[in-house]
Design a protein around this ligand. Structure first.
Ligand SMILES: Nc1nc2c(ncn2[C@@H]2O[C@H](COP(=O)(O)OP(=O)(O)OP(=O)(O)O)[C@@H](O)[C@H]2O)c(=O)[nH]1
Length: 329
C-alpha cells in the first residue's frame, strides 16, 4: 500500500483529498442529521458516498486517470454546494478546489472543469453573491487557474522528457533495454490473457569490433544508426525494436506464428546484408529467434533466443537460428 502511494502521485492525491473530505464532511453529516436538517445531511451523505466510491475504484482498478477526473468534478461541485449553503464566505473553498483539479486530472480537463464551475456559479448566481464580489472572484479565479495551468503544462512536458530519457537509447533513438524488459513482461501477460502469439529475435552485428578498430568509433556509431534505420523501414508498425546493448538489438513481433517470424527475419537478414555497409564493405548480423511458449516467463523466453543467437555465432555467424521448443518436464 505504501509502495503504491509513494510511486503513484495521482493515487496519493486522490487518497489525500478523499481522506480529508471524509474526515471533514462526516461530522457535519452527523451534526445535520441530529439537528433534523435532513436535506443537508442527505447532500453530505451523497458527497461522502461518491468520495468513497471513487477512492475504492482508484485503489481496486488502478485507473487513477478516470478516478482523478471524477474526484475533480466532485470537489468543484462540492465547492458549489458549500457556496450555496454559506454564501460569499464559501467562495474561499473554491480556490483549493481549482488548484487540486490540476493535480487530479490533465491540465486541459482541469481548466475546463474550473471554467465550467465559474460559469455555472455566475449563471445561476449561486450563493447570492453581490455583483462586485462576483467580478473580483472571477478575476482572481482566472489568475489562479491560469498560473496553475502553466505550471501543470510545464510539469507534464518535463515528465514526458524524463520518461524519454529513461527509456530511449540516445545514439539510435530506439527504446532501450529497460523499456524492453517492461514490454516483454507485458507481452507475456497479454499472451496468457488473449493467447496472442509473439516472436522474439535477438540480432547481433558480426565482427563489429573490427569496424571500430579499423575506422574509429564515430564510423561504428554511424553503422549502428544506419542499422536501426534499415530495420525500422522493414518492420511493421506494431513490431518493436530495442537496443539491447552495444551492437545487439531485440525485435519483438506481436501476432506472428513460427512461419511468420522466420519469414520476417529472413527478409531482414537479406535486406541488412544488402544495405548495411561500413567502409570495408557489407556488415552482416546473426539472429537468435524464439516463439513465446505457454507457461514461459520473459526471462526463459529471452534465454532461449539468446542461446539460439549463441548457436548462430558458433556456427560461423551471418545466419538465423530458431530456438527449439522447451522440453516439457
Ligand atoms: N561505435 C560503437 N561501438 C560500440 C558501441 N557499443 C558497443 N560497441 C562496440 O561493439 C564491439 C562489440 O565487440 P564484440 O562483443 O567483441 O563483438 P563483435 O566484434 O561484433 O563479434 P561477434 O559479436 O562475436 O561477431 C566492441 O568493440 C564495442 O566497443 C557504440 O555505442 N558505438
Amino acid at each position: 500500500m505504501l509502495y503504491r502511494l509513494k510511486n503513484d502521485f495521482r493515487l496519493s492525491i486522490i487518497t489525500l483529498l478523499g481522506s480529508c473530505a471524509l474526515l471533514g464532511i462526516t461530522p457535519f453529516a452527523i451534526y445535520r442529521f441530529a439537528q433534523g436538517d435532513i436535506i443537508a445531511a442527505i447532500v453530505d451523505a451523497l458527497i461522502l458516498l461518491s468520495v468513497c466510491s471513487v477512492l475504492a475504484y482508484a485503489w481496486i482498478s488502478g485507473d487513477t486517470r478516470r478516478s482523478g477526473l471524477i474526484m475533480a468534478i466532485i470537489a468543484c461541485s462540492g465547492g458549489l454546494v458549500v457556496l450555496s449553503l454559506q454564501g460569499t464566505i464559501g467562495l474561499f473553498w473554491l480556490y483549493p478546489c481549482f488548484i487540486t483539479s490540476f493535480f487530479l486530472t490533465s491540465s486541459r480537463l482541469a481548466l475546463l472543469i474550473n471554467t465550467l464551475t465559474v460559469f455555472v456559479l455566475s449563471l445561476f448566481q449561486i450563493g447570492g453573491i453581490e455583483y462586485e464580489h462576483l467580478i473580483s472572484f472571477i478575476t482572481t479565479a482566472i489568475v489562479v487557474s491560469a498560473c496553475a495551468y502553466v505550471f501543470s503544462l510545464r510539469n507534464e512536458s518535463q515528465r514526458r522528457r524524463l520518461e524519454q530519457l529513461a527509456t530511449l537509447d540516445p545514439l539510435t533513438g530506439v527504446k532501450n533495454r529497460r523499456a524492453m524488459e517492461e514490454e516483454l513482461l507485458r507481452a507475456v501477460a497479454t499472451h496468457e490473457r488473449n493467447d496472442l502469439s509473439y516472436g522474439l529475435a535477438i540480432l547481433d552485428l558480426d565482427h563489429f569490433k573490427r569496424v571500430n578498430d579499423e575506422h574509429g568509433h564515430a564510423v561504428g556509431d554511424q553503422v549502428l544508426i544506419e542499422c536501426v534505420d534499415i530495420i525500422s523501414r522493414h518492420i511493421r508498425k506494431s513490431d518493436r525494436l530495442f537496443r539491447f546493448g552495444g551492437e545487439e538489438f531485440v525485435l519483438l513481433l506481436p501476432g506472428v506464428d513460427d512461419n511468420g517470424m522466420r519469414s520476417v527475419i529472413r527478409n531482414l537478414h537479406k535486406v541488412l546484408r544488402e544495405e548495411l555497409k561500413s567502409p570495408s564493405g557489407a556488415v552482416t548480423a546473426s539472429y537468435g529467434l524464439a516463439l513465446l511458449q505457454s507457461d514461459e516467463n520473459a526471462d526463459q523466453w529471452m534465454e532461449r533466443a539468446d542461446n539460439a543467437l549463441y548457436q548462430a555465432k558458433e556456427n560461423g555467424r551471418d545466419q538465423i537460428i530458431v530456438a527449439p521448443q522447451p522440453q516439457l518436464s
